[in-house]
Write a protein that binds this ligand. Sequence first.
Ligand SMILES: Cc1ncc(C[n+]2csc(CCOP(=O)(O)OP(=O)(O)O)c2C)c(N)n1
Ligand SMILES: [Mg+2]
Length: 328
Amino acid sequence: MNSTQKHVIESESLINIYRNLYFARRFEETLSDMFRRGEIDGWLHSGLGQELVGVILGEILDPDDYIVPYHRSKSTFLSRGVPPEALIAEILGRQDGLCGGVGGEAHAADLNHGIFGSTGVIGAGLPIALGAAFKQLYQGTQGIAVCGFGDGATTQGSFHECLNLAALWNLPLVFICENNFFSEMTPLSKEMKETHIAKKADAYGILGVAVDGYDLDALYGTLSEACERARDHKGPALIEVQTYRWHGHYEGDPETYRSKAEVAKWQSRDPVQTVRRRILEQMILPEESLVQLEEGEGRRLGVAVQTANQSPFPSPDNVVRNVYGANI
Ligand SMILES: Cc1ncc(C[n+]2csc(CCOP(=O)(O)OP(=O)(O)O)c2C)c(N)n1
Ligand SMILES: [Mg+2]
């Protein structure tokens, strides 16, 4: 029996997944529109097209598990129950943001939801996740840690060091590489000689699985299986989720390095539509109920944007608050 057969998605989960997926998609689209209108300062790294991984993690993880997200993981925050207004406020650099507006998009964290900070330093999340998983093991909890990162991060030394130690110490840790086939503007084949990322797990003696990130059942089954194994202390795993970002590396990227046809090919397999169709085909909900659900999520997002926009910018006096050694 493979992991897909073993982990059938129940109707209630499917509705939850759709709700979170729909919300995450609208969230990404809304942020992108706001950026284009000049309402967001700095950078924005869209997770449009990559939302499903975070949504499934939201469905399968326990509240006591730890997550170390990466710079495109907005759906992970949202599906974990982080208030959307607090995430938007953080991205806008406002006082009521998750980190008081000083972390921004790349350094958002929410320890109340077991989410350690993402980081703008590629590959720097892995050692943080290693520590989080070590804590779970050391304290004898039932919890695990999961760590998200991109294909580019697998070329960093920290990736190899952390896989080695996680394997050696048999940590309850799942490494999730969101392989979107580019690191900034560089395609996978120019980043590394061995492009089968999951195979790199072999070198460390841990499980390595590559999965189609647009195949709902395969992704749900693979992530569920890896998390269960880690929870049962059967070892860490490296899961390579093959996915695709629909926008450029950053909003405004001219995207001269890939064809419109390639983007369209992935878009034609949109997971949001796949889950929606499944709900209708299995007669879990009728069309009218789905439309109602979508309208409700749209209103929830509208309120979140409005609330975040009403939050003031932090006072300059706060700039060194929580900075280690600032008052020495
Ligand atoms: C240590 C380090 N090197 C380079 C950069 C510049 N940089 C920012 S995002 C990025 C691409 C990362 O690619 P990947 O890990 O595949 O994630 P993706 O953006 O594709 O989701 C790079 C190289 C950085 N932030 N940190
Ligand atoms: Mg990438």
